[in-house]
Unconditional design. Structure first.
Length: 119
């Protein structure tokens, strides 16, 4: 009976949505975007098989114990937003790929910063 109780408790606990909830708060200084002294914080919150962030929903393109790659494809523009999160070092990077970016001779700087795990 005790083993059954432990098994049921374990299944309930491990299947609880809060166990799989994961939120990353990632910040970067904006000096390389000509906004000296400003800091931007992006929030990525797991929502089932995707992550929500203002104003986008990101698909999980790759996930491992150490890394997370999120993508958002905007078919209207068209472009693809890519977010890399290293879970071990708590670093993130973000960029947007589009035909306009490929045509442009001047490459925009990439977003880069640090994250904390909120949940």
């Amino acid at each position: 009976m005790k083993k059954l109780f432990l098994l049921l408790f374990s299944i309930f606990f491990l299947s609880s949505p809060s166990v799989f909830a994961e939120t990353f708060a990632c910040s970067q200084e904006l000096e390389k975007f000509y906004r000296k002294g400003e800091v931007e914080t992006l929030i990525f919150k797991r929502d089932g098989k995707s992550f929500k962030g203002e104003p986008f929903t990101y698909q999980i393109s790759h996930e491992s114990k150490s890394n997370l790659i999120l993508t958002n494809i905007n078919e209207r523009v068209p472009n693809m937003l890519i977010v890399f999160i290293n879970k071990d070092t708590k670093e993130f990077g973000q960029t947007i790929l589009s035909m306009e970016e490929y045509r442009n001779d001047k490459q925009r700087p990439f977003s880069y910063g640090k994250c904390i795990v909120v949940q």
